[in-house]
Design a protein around this ligand. Sequence first.
Ligand SMILES: [Zn+2]
Length: 251
Amino acid sequence: MDPDLAVIGGVGFALKGQADEVETPYGKVPVVHSNFVGKEIVFISRHGDNHLPPHKVNYRAIISAARISGARAVISTNTVGSMAGHPMGSIFLPSDFAEFTKSRPNTFFEERAVHVDMGCPYCPHLRRSLIEAAGSLGQTVGEGVYVCAEGPHLESPAQIRMMRLFGDVVGMTGYPEVVLAREARLCYASLCIVTNPAAGMIGGSNLAISEITDLMRKNQEIVAEIIKLAAQEISDERSCGCRYALEDAVL
Ligand SMILES: [Zn+2]
């Protein structure tokens, strides 16, 4: 049976279940099959057991595995730094993105020119389900533009001053995942947890990565609850245009 949903877990977030493996053109991807609230979920760890750094993550393999597993909707979890004063521990749902990455393959189409539409990068149906789920659990939800930095170093104050011109939060893992999901005609949304103020912001500090992962672990439960609630709203009868984003998808 095809899963109803794929969940991509970032640092400090995982779902338990039956371990499996998906063969993709980009390598084998370990996955976990979970079932909750009557929904089949396939969980994919973004960084894997080897804890790959953001610029080394095999994004094409991950999105390919989600698609091959049969899921048509993907919820991705990410940690972000706020450039706009969001409370720590609050939820942020990107509606658009900008990026400053440098070394990441960002398309499935290497041999011919395919220009996937990015007018609506994140699925409005999934976003609405996640926003409503987070709101019903009493969570503060921010929306806006996600800026993806290359990393793995944290940003300098000058980089943040530049990125603030483009967006509201900064992370390292949201791109090219969002674009690849679009190319794969998947409904895709990113559920971000604000774990720190970005460098140079009021209250911003040189936060150790271990402090960020600790915060994410503390928030794991609430992230799982939001996904559970949102999963109940996901059906194949979506009115969004995600599945038509690319007519000649080859996956
Ligand atoms: Zn959609």
